[in-house]
Ligand binder design. Sequence first.
Ligand code: PLZ
Length: 454
Amino acid sequence: MPDSRSASTLAPTEIVQRREVRTAIPGPVSQDHHARRQRAVSSGFGIVLPVFVERMGGGIIVDVDGNHLIDLASGIAVTSVGASAPDVVRRVQEQVARFTHTCFMVTEYDGFVQVCEKLNELTPGDHDKRTALFSTGAEAIENAIKIARVATGRTAVVTFGHAYHGRTLLTMTMTAKNAPYKDGFGPFAPEVYRAPLPYPYRWGADPQACAEQAYAELEDLVLKQIGARHTAAIVIEPIQGEGGFIVPPPGFLRSVQDLANAHGIVLVVDEIQTGLARTGRMFACEYDEVVPDLITTAKALGGGLPLAAVTGRAELMDAVHAGGLGGTYAGNPLACAAALGVFETIERDNLVARAVAIGERIRGHLDPLLGQVAAVGEVRGRGAMQAIEFVVPGSKEPDAQAAATVSAACHREGVLTLTCGTYGNVIRMLPPLVTGDELIDDAMGVLVTACRGL
Ligand code: PLZ
């Protein structure tokens, strides 16, 4: 039975966890709002699905036309604990009534310290750690580079093919893909170098050879072209996110860590998309038993409020002079309150294990497509971070049109999918980790039907 109450009278936890398509998607009210948007908002912002949201809860988005959509996006890996997790809502409400802001560089508050303590505890490695809080992922990466440069006295930064690190000058430079992120926005920041990222599906079948070849090129870049004594940091995502959910072959991340350690280079692991339970580990680099010197987090950390962090070895984090790091809103009290609710929810509801279960469930639906649907080139991912790469049948030529067609079919049926990848030919799944099995099964049914219809 559809719930007869209007969405606005429902608490987020009461939203019926069922897909329901009542109008065309986008519906008439969304279309009307979208027309206003175009007259008011810069055209520089793209849009995946022009649907306006009324409410969200669990794995469901309720739009202004009363449709219930299944959320496979989590606002790009942000609402892992749900868009309105009760512990986040409660803590933020308490905090907003006490004070909204002090600026942590002016007067202090305990929420900031508690978030730092928790990240120091949860991140890999039992060495002495410190954390610095910021607002966005790009800011966390920028600050990780500042810290690495001050600590080493070196300038060069090494990134990888298919990397995504943000939209600011330095992080846009570090990002691999030109359009839309960099196109026309140069000149770019100096001293950023790029090594090839081993992409097992595209490089050929043997992951071991793929890892060895990529490592050889990285070593050549660092030792011969840049010079280790000029290299401040190597920055890597443990699974390439925007770049196409590319899982590096076993052993590659470890070899990157060994190279960094051997030459006094700071290894920065960007867990902004992968971190905080998403991949079925608290941090994705745990799969490779890598212990980063610095680790960046954002997205899921703030449960939807803007919060980002750099956590790392105390001697690196404390190499920075007082006043060298900061920002008006860095570690805002509301965002810190939300983060404490996020930690509480992940731990109490065992969302790390839930991410594993979601991943297995998704793969149970999608793995059979391989070999049955010729346009499905690969199904890959870890935990609740899964993807399908589409190709022209009989080849490995990327087929962005196939990904767009399948995504559009899902959207029409009320399943919010995202695409990604350097070639735009990957559909990715990032459901909230509080999504129930029925919703996952229903969403996968829609996705599988769309793939079979190609
Ligand atoms: N590092 C690994 O995934 C953000 C980009 C959305 P910000 N990814 C979503 C878009 O198109 O702008 C991301 C990431 C990784 C850094 C970032 C940057 O995080 O919070 O968007 O600055």
